[in-house]
Ligand binder design. Sequence first.
Ligand SMILES: [Zn+2]
Ligand SMILES: [Zn+2]
Length: 336
Amino acid sequence: MKTVKDTDYGIRDKRGHWSPFKKLTINPEYLLPFHFSKFLFKFIKDKFIFGFMGYIFIAMPILCWLFLSPDLDTVKNFEIGWILFIFIRNLAIILIFFGFFHLRLYTFNTQGNEFKYNPKPLDKDNKKFFFNNQLIDNLFYTLCWGVPIWTFYEVLTLWAYANNFINYITWEEAPIYCLIVFLLVTTFQGAQFYFVHRLLHWKPLYKYVHAVHHRNVNTGPFSGLSFHPIEHLLFFSGIFLFWIIPSNPIIAMWYLFFSALSPIGGHSGYEKMIFKNGKSMPSGDYNHYLHHKYFECNYAGAGVSILDEIFGTFHDGSDGATKKIMARIKDKAHYL
Ligand SMILES: [Zn+2]
Ligand SMILES: [Zn+2]
């Protein structure tokens, strides 16, 4: 049985930091320059073949809408019972999903530092975190702010559908239209995140809001949604697009679930998760890891890194890109 090794995929520097051999690509790869055959192949691959994790992401909102959501008659009026039900369901999803990564990679440390970008463990004695503990700090912002604000947007949107305040178009009425909108949700979310994220790096907003997230330089799974509440409000606000364009609750919930769950990739801290049978699955996103390391680069999600390329903020992982970014950051003080 051959077990994958991080030395087959990348290199550790003198300080023990791991980086992949391959430079990061500009995604979607077919746009700059536009390449039709690549477009056909990659678009279908990106939108239909997601790998194990991707299928779980996609199944979650569909199953939750079908089996773990109140029906539209119930949500016509705000009542504590159904709101609490959605809150507890979302809380359980985050705890199980992020918790799985945290327990495996950090608590039980099943693969040591194999494929870990930063060799250090999470902070347990650092004054910048609540109770000097990074995990407690991350859990606080994720569970006490992240889950309630995700739930708030979901409750509001379901209530608006139930009361016909927004245009509801069913899968039966327009299956192809619904499929296209559904497939574009991740691209839209990545693009919205880019612009919200750039705004969050505006000095006053960074200082009072986004700095909460950037306390985490060496990130862990629960760092993914560890935001100041104002950042949560902005982060999930793309839901309002689905108040404008005709859509339906499954598509709206897909946007919210994707927003809530996808940060695991950028923050797990490990490029791959290794299983007992020697197999592995992708569990990280070096693109966003570099954002936490160098601050003023890679604002978009990896899926739409083309936006970083267009606006001159793309870091492909090379030493040359690091030098360029470091020379450009004029005011390093407010990141410390
Ligand atoms: Zn982050
Ligand atoms: Zn940032």
